[in-house]
Design a protein around this ligand. Structure first.
Ligand code: CA
Length: 650
């Protein structure tokens, strides 16, 4: 089924595409201008309020029809902290809506707020710098929910569940071990990826004394920070300042900030502002029904030019105003490839080091023709944009769709080639596609044009945590055996080519236990309690060896350029896979300056590997990982069962 709408006709596009940069409210001390895109409206009224929630408008202004289907007005005076809405009359029906371009809002985002953005800057924010530029494959991403970070009593943080928790320095748990930002720094990642932190709808900001929890994949105001993470959601300027303080604190710690953006659907399509102002325009419609590729009740229409512009404007705004360093696109394949490429271009103008990656799939069928979708298989058509590798994710530990399915690290057979494919960062390698190789497991065609287009991971907020998945699919195994699998899994992720991605808390065996569930753990904790979701910092001591292993692997990766190759050609030229033995993947990366030998042994028996001539240092073994040589090896080396081994010639 393909969209059939007047909004996609050339005639409509020619007449009603506004290209100016003054949509929304544009503040100055003397006056504020308002412009809204409402091509099908008979009239639009601006309502000005003193309060973000209560009371009648203190002023009503009829807006004038202006260029390309927009309505415009200018109101004199200093409107900083005044709240506002639009009332659009379409087909004889009047509906009041928040400004789609609102930069600030009152509680629950029902009214926009005019804001003097300069008054929201924390001290030094205008001059603050993003962390030093690194190459894309040098990034190590840490995916974190703002509330999970600080809610547990063991966090040692004062501002529980708030942006401000990120500004707290020197926080520790009861064992005096680092928590919070200090812990993230200690781990060594480069990017903190925050789950949705724009204004979303599933938490009532007026009832923050009642425990509420949601991941936040339900957008209301795309250009406003979420209110429940601020200390005061009733005053629009507070959340902006506190969000900026969070970014500033992370930057000060050398950490880049990635926002999880959910442009693919909204919380409530009928109540969404653009739906009230231009019915049917923001979404893909099947007649009167919302098409639903998101499985959340609707899908947005990035192929409609003013929706595309809305996304581009919004992303540029976050990058420029909040100094955001990267964006993760939820259900990216609901968006069209043209839009994603335009986003890359627009963000390049702000800073070409801004990361862009996303889920290269939809949740359900879309009305967008398949060849236009930003699917994983088309990643190579979107230079500078990466997709999550579900290939390596499921090969390492078993499918996320089959609870009991095992993966390579838990002894599943015939996954060696898929692991090899993962090692290449989805760019492929001639050794993998030779006609005479007859392995049972099929591998996908290369979908990345460069390793910088591939995000490698074993777990994220969705589905079971890595630990829980291993526990469920390997019943009867000891803690020690499961820990060995976990270590092998992360060793594969952190030594593969591409961009490694870690689910926050994975490094201290994060778990979401719940006895009422079939397998004893929560798979989809999007609205579970804090008790289930929060990071339990007091488990750090117990799992310090796992933490050190993650930390050591990251440090080794940072020190070893061969693990961070930048092109498909380098991967083809420098990597040589050694013959596959069931349960064993091993390869050499030999660049001009480095020679690294890597082995992943998922088998139950130790394996003896022949080494090239000369002396090698072992940096990673079953027990430890790091930048110090653990032992020296010549001629051959023994790889323990269920373990990774990494050696470097020196
Ligand atoms: Ca909200």
């Amino acid at each position: 089924m393909k969209e059939n709408t007047v909004y996609l006709t050339k005639n409509f596009e020619n007449k009603y595409t506004y290209t100016g940069n003054d949509l929304g409210s544009v503040y100055s001390k003397d006056s504020t201008s308002f412009r809204v895109y409402a091509p099908t409206a008979e009239s639009v009224i601006l309502n000005l309020y003193e309060d973000g929630l209560q009371g009648e408008p203190y002023k009503i202004v009829k807006m004038e029809p202006a260029e390309n289907g927009t309505y415009k007005t200018v109101v004199s005076g200093d409107l900083h902290k005044k709240y506002y809405t639009y009332t659009a009359k379409v087909n004889g029906k009047e509906r009041e809506a928040v400004d789609p371009y609102a930069k600030a809002a009152g509680a629950n985002g029902l009214r926009g707020m005019v804001v003097d953005l300069r008054a929201t800057d924390p001290e030094g924010f205008a001059e603050e710098k993003r962390p030093e530029k690194i190459n894309t494959t040098d990034a190590v991403i840490y995916e974190l929910h703002i509330r999970d970070f600080s809610m547990d009593t063991s966090s040692g943080m004062k501002y529980k569940g708030k942006y401000k928790a990120f500004t707290e320095e020197g926080t520790v748990n009861g064992d005096n071990l680092k928590t919070g930002v200090e812990h993230i720094k200690e781990l060594g990642v480069t990017h903190v990826h925050l789950l949705p932190s724009f204004d979303y709808g599933s938490v009532d900001e007026t009832k923050l004394d009642v425990p509420q929890y949601n991941w936040g994949y339900d957008p209301v105001n795309y250009n406003v920070p979420e209110g429940s993470y601020s200390t005061d959601p009733f005053h629009g300027e507070v959340r902006i300042k506190e969000f900026k303080e969070m970014v500033q604190a992370l930057h000060k710690s050398g950490l880049c900030v990635v926002m999880d953006v959910v442009y693919n659907h909204v919380f409530d399509a009928e109540e969404f502002c653009y739906q009230k102002i231009v019915p049917g325009y923001f979404f893909r419609m099947n007649g009167d029904t919302f098409s639903d590729a998101s499985a959340c009740g609707n899908e947005t229409a990035s192929n409609h030019l003013m929706v595309r512009k809305f996304m581009v404007d919004s992303l540029k705004y976050w990058a420029e105003e909040y100094h955001i360093d990267g964006f993760r696109f939820d259900l990216m394949a609901i968006h069209d490839i043209t839009t994603m490429n335009e986003i890359r271009k627009a963000l390049d103008e702000v800073d070409e080091n801004i990361l862009i990656y996303g889920e290269g799939w939809t949740a359900k069928e879309s009305m967008l023709p398949k060849k236009e979708r930003a699917l994983k298989q088309y990643t190579y058509r979107m230079p500078g944009i990466a997709a999550f590798s579900d290939d390596i994710r499921d090969a390492v530990k078993g499918s996320v769709f089959e609870e009991l399915e095992k993966g390579f690290v838990s002894g599943e057979k015939h996954l060696e080639r898929l692991i090899q494919f993962g090692v290449t960062g989805a760019v492929g390698h001639s050794q993998l596609y030779r006609k005479n190789v007859s392995y049972k497991q099929k591998i996908p065609a290369p979908w990345a044009a460069a390793p910088s287009q591939c995000v490698n991971y074993t777990s994220c907020h969705d589905n079971y945590t890595l630990w829980d998945k291993l526990a469920i699919s390997n019943q009867g195994k000891s803690q020690e055996e499961l820990e060995a699998m976990n270590k092998l899994a992360i060793a594969i992720i952190l030594t593969s080519q591409g961009i490694p991605f870690i689910h926050a808390g994975e490094e201290i065996l994060r778990s979401k236990p719940d006895e009422t569930k079939e397998y004893g753990y929560v798979e989809d904790s999007f609205n579970s309690s804090d008790e289930i979701n929060s990071i339990k910092w007091d488990t750090k001591k117990e799992h310090l060896d796992i933490f050190s292993y993650y930390q050591g692997l990251i440090a080794f990766r940072k020190e070893t350029k061969a693990l961070r190759l930048r092109t498909k050609e380098e991967i083809e030229q420098y990597i040589k896979f050694l013959p596959i033995v069931p349960g064993l993947v091993s390869y050499v990366i030999k660049t001009e300056d480095e020679e690294v030998l890597i082995a992943y042994n998922a088998g139950k028996k130790e394996v003896t590997l022949e080494l090239p001539k000369g002396s090698f240092g072992v940096y990673v073994n079953k027990i430890q990982a790091g930048t110090k040589i653990l032992e020296r090896a010549e001629n051959h080396v023994v790889v323990a069962p269920v373990s990774a081994m990494v050696l470097k010639r020196n």
